[in-house]
Design a protein. Structure first.
Lengths: 167, 147
């Protein structure tokens, strides 16, 4: 009985592995065999074929971000929901929630030129909203877009200045 | 004597129901994970238990193991083996949910649909549900052996 059970388990495991890796290979949403799960290297990602995360546009060092914010070198966009933005955000950041992208983009199209340097952030390295917005902005012709991978969470952890909405 | 007769009479029906419930639950649970493996991988990462190198491998394989074991149990192909796999998976889920609840780590179980809100109460409910499933699985394993 035990021998038969073990044979069955091996058969089912083997069969599952075959269809799992075949499906993963041919599926449009398949994953790479290893993901990017190291927070120090930016927003974590399974590196799927439809991955939103673009490692090339990330800034992982919060000190560089602090310098950018201090010197106002980039227009900073907070893509978290507005309630979170109101509770606290990076100094000078504009609220640009992912959910309101279409309305917001119409508002900023006139005021921000395509050549402007932009910096996008969301909550933390676990959040891909910043990358989704960055990709959409890039596809609209904004070619100088960077993502702060650590997001508001890391900014807060570092104890940097936080601005609150006084509306 | 009467009770024993009743047990013998209803045991096959109970076994059939448990098979169906466990099988369908595992097939259904695999569906969302197969449709969005990247989302499932993020859920696994969120548990903060698995080594980073294993996350993609688990996200690719576990949903299909659930699917195959679910179908195998329902259609009676290697049903004891399928049940052993299902019970092992359930023990794994119970450990994951229980361990994170005990250490107070917020997580999304990702059992069926990937939700954005983590609630301790719903995770306690999931833990109880998985324990009940496991008890049913152990009962069924004993019955299949007896047959």
């Amino acid at each position: 009985m035990i021998g038969k059970d073990l044979k069955g388990i091996f058969f089912l495991l083997f069969f599952s592995l075959i269809i799992a890796f075949s499906y993963n290979h041919f599926s449009a949403c398949g994953l790479a065999l290893s993901g990017r799960w190291e927070p120090s290297k930016g927003v974590v990602s399974a590196r799927s074929k439809t991955d939103d995360v673009n490692a090339a546009i990330q800034i992982n060092n919060p000190e560089i971000i602090q310098q950018i914010v201090q010197d106002k070198k980039r227009i900073v966009l907070d893509v978290r929901p507005r309630e979170l933005y109101n509770q606290g955000h990076l100094p000078g950041a504009l609220s640009f929630p992912l959910m309101e992208f279409d309305q917001k983009i119409i508002q900023i199209l006139d005021s921000i030129s395509r050549q402007s340097a932009l910096l996008v952030y969301c909550s933390s390295v676990k959040c891909t909203d910043s990358h989704i917005v960055a990709q959409r902005l890039i596809s609209l012709g904004y070619d100088n877009v960077k993502v702060f991978s650590g997001g508001f969470g890391q900014w807060q952890e570092k104890g940097y200045e936080i601005e609150k909405y006084e509306g | 004597m009467k009770l024993k007769n009743m047990k013998d009479k209803y045991s096959p029906v109970l076994c059939f129901i448990i098979k169906l419930v466990l099988g369908i639950t595992f097939i259904y649970a695999s569906y969302h994970k197969i449709a969005d493996p990247a989302g499932f991988a993020r859920i696994l990462y969120g548990y903060a238990i698995f080594p980073n190198f294993s996350i993609n491998f688990l996200a690719i394989t576990v949903p299909f193991l659930e699917l195959v074991a679910g179908f195998s149990l329902i259609f009676g192909l290697f049903s004891r083996s399928a049940l052993l796999i299902i019970n092992a998976l359930l023990m794994g889920f119970i450990f994951l949910i229980g361990f994170n609840l005990i250490r107070g780590h917020e997580f999304d179980c990702g059992c069926f649909v990937f939700s954005s809100h983590d609630k301790i109460v719903s995770n306690i409910f999931l833990l109880i549900r998985d324990i009940l499933f496991l008890l049913s699985g152990i009962y069924l394993l004993r019955k299949i052996k007896a047959q």
